[in-house]
Design a protein. Structure first.
Length: 325
């Protein structure tokens, strides 16, 4: 893997490479952006590039440094990750020791802290001490989805780089390169919400397409008010308790598609892009204000589930409300 294998984030990468080549790289950065979009990947590839002995436009991947880096076994590089829901204080102690010993083979020593918002306040204060007077060879990259969870004094010491969610086309390309067929890639890239991690989960989840088909079937029963079939369907969905949140998400996205189609008549904005014909038919049957109400019902059902209201009751209530709207 190398910098050229990173999906998206071209502008940030270009900026970082430029500062590296001009020898103007800062001591500390915050990479901020949603989870699963590739911030860590960029941090790792940039670190490898800096440490590479034969770097040209990209890391060489064959020098001793690159080989050690690829096995995360590089004496001048440290990656700190959360264990469970926190970054352990011992890791920060290791970091303090690590950063104060001069580099072994390079003129840089690099530490990347993933999910850095999971550091305790005391850990953050320790990091702050290093950021206040970093050794001249130090490069520290803090990765976070929520910069606001870091203490303000850390934020003000670092240069922030904002990472955007990936574009549908970028995810699509990633999926096709990973052997997903064209039709599925188009659908998954819409459902991934700019996140490679989510896209990978969808690839691995055989159940996803089946679940989506069931939700589509349900939408027909709800929108065309097929009362007799509703209770069979309810029974069917009650057995899918383990997928309760996925079901609500898929139903919400389906109704969102109907609403967007009614409002803008633009197929490009749809998630269920392979089901345009069905969506178009349904959208002619239900009025815009009713679609808005249905979306509110779905959202309130999700809130109820989060408050541990019984799943079967929530479902029955939701289906009846949508059918009677
Ligand atoms: Zn190399």
């Amino acid at each position: 893997m190398s910098i050229s294998s990173v999906i998206g984030h071209k502008k940030n990468i270009k900026f970082l490479l430029k500062t590296i080549r001009k020898d103007e790289i800062s001591h500390s950065y915050i990479f901020e952006g949603s989870s699963g979009i590739g911030k860590k990947k960029v941090a790792l590839e940039i670190s490898k590039y800096i440490l590479c002995k034969n770097a040209t436009d990209d890391s060489c991947n064959i020098c001793k440094s690159c080989v050690e880096f690829n096995t995360l076994n590089h004496s001048d590089f440290m990656l700190i990750e959360a264990e469970g829901n926190s970054i352990k204080n011992e890791k920060i102690e290791e970091f303090q020791e690590f950063i104060h010993i001069k580099p072994n083979e390079n003129d840089k020593k690099i530490v990347v802290i993933d999910n850095s918002e999971l550091m305790t306040i005391s850990a953050q204060n320790r990091i702050l001490k290093i950021l206040e007077e970093p050794p001249k060879y130090a490069l520290i990259i803090l990765i976070t989805a929520r910069k606001s969870s870091l203490v303000q004094t850390i934020v003000s010491r670092c240069q922030s780089i904002n990472f955007n969610n990936l574009l549908d086309e970028e995810i699509n390309e990633f999926l096709i390169n990973n052997g997903v067929d064209f039709e599925k890639s188009r659908i998954f890239s819409k459902f991934s919400n700019g996140s490679i991690v989510l896209a990978r989960k969808l690839i691995d989840n055989d159940n996803f397409m089946n679940l989506r088909d069931k939700v589509m079937e349900l939408s027909n029963i709800l929108i065309y008010k097929k009362k007799c079939e509703l209770f069979d369907m309810l029974k069917n969905f009650e057995d899918l308790k383990n997928n309760q949140y996925e079901i609500l998400n898929l139903l919400e996205i389906w109704f969102r598609d109907l609403l967007l189609l009614s409002l803008f008549d633009d197929e490009k904005v749809l998630f269920n892009i392979d089901k345009v014909d069905i969506l178009k038919k349904q959208s002619k049957t239900i009025e815009i204000n009713k679609l808005v109400q249905c979306l509110e019902f779905i959202s309130s059902s999700r809130n109820k589930l989060e408050k541990y209201v019984n799943y079967a009751l929530v479902l029955e209530d939701l289906f009846l409300k949508i059918q009677e709207v």
